[in-house]
Design a protein around this ligand. Structure first.
Ligand SMILES: [Fe+2]
Length: 226
């Protein structure tokens, strides 16, 4: 059973509040207990690593995305695991066929919100979409899988909320400190919760490695946005 962590996030830009469910780092895991959480929310946001690059799998993740997309607007971003799939193009196509919005260095409007996903565009020869997204009206929500990328590169960006994952909460938690996170090494600075008053890091919805998560429940987020 996953923990649901609730965050209230005030922007002052919405004419009515919105509830967003965030599922990061599913890593192709079972998802049964998440399905009931898809009711009474306005959208599902997935900031990357729905797939599992170690096993090159995404079938279960895709079934989850299909079930979600049948119920509510669903926005799928990318993480390092999608980018390391041998058939990333097939993955993208399959996500689009579910009816979900596939975001890869791109953004879409969703009512009074604009939802985008930024993932190292220069590595893929893609133009950075952030300047155009920053010029959009409304609440700008950026999926940025790697929190260290936001801290090192995007802190000056004009967005209202950044949603990240990738760290799996630091795998083993010693009080408020995580032990290890990919991209940050041992005793990482940014592993979960609110950072820089603008980014919420999810500890992730699964565990794709053989090292257990300790004192670090798998989680999904509910953002109460107003
Ligand atoms: Fe991950």
């Amino acid at each position: 059973m996953r923990k649901r962590t609730v965050y209230a996030w005030h922007t002052g830009k919405l004419s009515r509040p919105a509830r967003l469910l965030v599922v990061s780092d599913l890593h192709n895991a079972e998802y049964g207990d998440i399905l009931p959480l898809l009711t009474d929310v306005d959208a599902l946001l997935m900031p990357g690593d729905a797939a599992d690059r170690y096993r090159q799998g995404y079938g279960r993740a895709l079934r989850f995305i299909q079930k979600a997309s049948d119920r509510l607007p669903t926005f799928v971003g990318v993480g390092n695991h999608e980018m390391r799939l041998a058939d990333f193009t097939d993955f993208r196509t399959a996500v689009v066929q579910t009816g979900a919005r596939m975001l890869f260095n791109s953004y879409v409007r969703f009512g009074e919100m604009v939802i985008g996903c930024w993932y190292r565009p220069e590595q893929y020869g893609i133009r950075d979409m952030l300047p155009a997204m920053e010029a959009e009206e409304g609440v700008r929500i950026l999926l940025c899988h790697r929190p260290e990328d936001y801290m090192h590169r995007l802190r000056k960006s004009k967005v209202d909320l950044v949603l990240a994952g990738h760290t799996h909460g630091g795998q083993i938690r010693l009080g408020k400190q995580g032990l290890y996170a990919p991209g940050q090494g041992f005793f990482p600075k940014y592993t979960r919760g609110v950072v820089d008053e603008r980014m919420i890091i999810s500890a992730g919805a699964s565990n794709p490695v053989y090292i257990p998560r300790l004192f670090n429940p798998r989680e999904v987020l509910l953002i109460e946005l107003d």
